[in-house]
Design a protein around this ligand. Structure first.
Ligand SMILES: [Cu+2]
Length: 599
């Protein structure tokens, strides 16, 4: 488990709040973004009406003067990355138009296995459901965390590929009645090009309403959606801020990112933004959030970064505050049905790329300025540098505007789950998978890397989208334990589509963390380790919507694009087996976790 270096931040001066204001940008020529230091805007909310949410989204890209490319989703009214809000049972109809252009400035930086037969999908009109085209102007959508089927027009990312010039493509599915309330998200998932598009800003939040029905502690609270994205450094050649201690020279990895120097300082691999307000290296001028003094709010934080790990903390007078975790990865932590309105109080929250954390925060008293930060994450000697940095100031004032959205104050409690709690179901089998990496030139640490996610016993091969042969065949109705090992020297974030899992053991030591996730860090390997670090996950294939063929992968998108992905086919259970497999074993855990292995 990476150590968190407990370092408090220098207080940022007012002069740092508004450096380099940009000229007004037009949506015709760019994806407009706020200036550093700006007030954190709230994404537009698109809410379902009468059980239906109809959305028209257009994805566009623009190359910036510095050569980087921004990607953005516009709705019909020009809002960027609107938050899609639906309730369980609602129908989503999302028409996606691909207006991407190939500006010739953009090349993917990673090695990846590509099906060249399909690579030039833009040249010939093809059925978007069968296209499988992988080019920098191909796109599609993944609805991260939802348990909807991996089929075309729903959540298939293997063949579904939309090309520029195609008619708007319709995503149409119903949110399952049993989808837990919480924070989910949408982003493109074209193998080989996921990092490029997500790093450029192609992502947005999706909220399944009703979390106050799962935990009445949040009833009536104002809610705030905070999307942390990463992007290429705005000031890549700047020396570190003079307010930082002197750190060793940074090294650059094969992707051109700053490698982890282990100090918690120095040049980060990527800049971060918060709801698109950039917080650029080297001075990290924080964005601004206003709250009423000591007001309780419900914050829903999404790490939509392509490669950056977060370790969220809130400081008042430099003291870390207690944050009350209500949900992780879209699922209330009390979804195990035993913990009532349980809240897990923590003073820092690790959030891997793709992960979400939803927590209660009490605003600072009047006169005290708070700071939302991410603390350094030790990504291993092979990982990128994710140093300490500020994200936003939290200023308390009586006339602070209220967030746009508020949870209902008299919620009807959710019915208890129909299925036995995952932690009480005995796994029918155990599988072992492992992350590994191979340098093209073993003597040159900066040479190209191939990334693998391999089922133990099989030959390590980068994900081959042309193969279509599943690496794992599972059966709907089953619960399995997967041991995910990390045989590389950097942190990886394991993610699987269509389902959630529970962490059972950390380095084979049992943990009591009876809640669900869809993305988890897998600790990195050190030379002195006697065994490869691992996590043991209880995988839940009981939902009929998990039937089909879909992927699991590292959510560091340059690793995924570089081959760190595998294919699973979940076959239908016959009814007799399904009845047998859904039999629960006696409960084994009763106390809720007080510590979370989230970083
Ligand atoms: Cu990875």
């Amino acid at each position: 488990m990476p150590r968190v270096i407990l370092v408090l931040f220098a207080i940022f001066s007012a002069a740092q709040l508004c450096p380099g204001l940009r000229a007004q940008e037009s949506p015709i020529t760019s994806c407009p973004r706020p200036s550093p230091g700006a007030t954190v805007p709230e994404p537009e909310d698109l809410r379902s009406q009468d059980g239906v949410l109809k959305v028209d989204l257009t994805v566009r890209n623009f190359t910036q003067p510095d050569g980087t490319t921004r990607f953005c989703y516009f709705d019909a009214h020009g809002n960027q990355s609107p938050t899609l809000r639906l309730s369980p049972g609602d129908l989503l109809i999302l028409n996606l138009k691909n207006d991407l252009i190939d500006s010739n400035h953009v090349v993917p930086a990673t090695t990846y296995s590509r099906n060249h037969n399909h690579a030039a999908g833009a040249e010939k009109k093809s059925d978007p459901c069968q296209s499988a085209a992988m080019s920098l102007t191909s796109t599609n959508l993944h609805f991260h965390g939802l348990t909807v089927p991996a089929v075309c027009h729903q959540d298939d990312v293997l063949k579904t590929s939309l090309q520029p010039g195609d008619a708007p493509f319709q995503y149409k599915f119903r949110i399952p009645e049993n989808e837990p309330p919480g924070l989910y998200w949408y982003h493109p998932h074209i193998h080989g090009f996921s990092k490029l598009q997500v790093l450029g800003g192609a992502s947005g939040a999706m909220i399944i309403e009703g979390i106050e029905r799962a935990n009445k502690e949040v009833a009536g609270l104002p809610e705030r959606v905070l999307i942390i994205r990463d992007q290429d450094l705005l000031n890549p050649n700047a020396p570190p801020s003079k307010s930082e201690p002197v750190v060793p020279r940074f090294f650059v990895d094969h992707d051109g990112d700053s490698a982890n120097n282990g100090t918690g300082f120095g040049k980060p691999a990527k800049d971060l933004s918060i709801n698109f307000v950039p917080v650029p290296y080297p001075d990290y001028p924080p964005a601004a959030i206003q709250v009423k003094p000591q007001e309780r709010q419900f914050w829903r934080v999404l790490n939509a970064s392509a490669i950056t790990y977060l370790n969220i903390a809130v400081l008042y007078n430099r003291v870390p505050q207690q944050l009350g975790i209500v949900a992780l990865d879209g699922i209330p932590i009390n979804a195990n049905g035993t913990t009532g309105d349980f809240i897990s109080w923590q003073n820092h929250l690790g959030v891997p790329p793709g992960g979400r954390v939803e927590f209660i925060l009490t605003g600072p008293p009047a006169g005290v300025q708070g700071l939302l930060v991410t603390r350094t994450v030790d990504t291993g000697v092979g990982g990128e540098n994710d140093p300490n940095r500020a994200l936003a100031t939290i200023t308390a004032s009586d006339n602070a505007p209220e967030p746009r959205s508020k949870l209902t104050s008299s919620p009807v409690p959710l019915p208890p789950p129909a299925e036995p709690w995952l932690g009480n179901v005995a796994p029918v089998r155990v599988r072992k998978l492992y992350f590994s990496e191979k340098l093209l030139d073993p003597n040159d640490p900066n040479s190209a890397t191939t990334f693998y996610l391999t089922v133990d016993g099989q030959t390590p091969t980068p994900f081959n989208p042309a193969s279509g042969v599943p690496d794992i065949i599972a059966k709907q109705g089953d619960v399995e334990d997967w041991i995910i090992e990390n045989r590389s020297t950097e942190l990886h974030a394991f993610h699987i589509h269509q389902l959630h899992f529970m962490l059972v053991a950390w380095n084979e030591v049992p943990v009591n963390e009876p809640f669900l996730r869809d993305t988890i860090n897998v600790p990195y390997h050190k030379e002195a380790d006697l065994a490869y670090p691992s996590v043991r996950l209880r995988m839940d294939f009981r939902d009929p919507n998990t039937i089909g063929t879909f992927v699991y992968h590292c959510h560091l998108l340059e690793h995924e694009d570089g081959g760190m992905m595998g294919l699973i086919r979940v076959e239908p259970a016959d009814s007799a087996q399904a009845r047998e497999k859904s039999t629960a074993s006696p409960r084994t855990s009763s106390t809720p976790a007080r510590s979370t292995h989230t970083n």
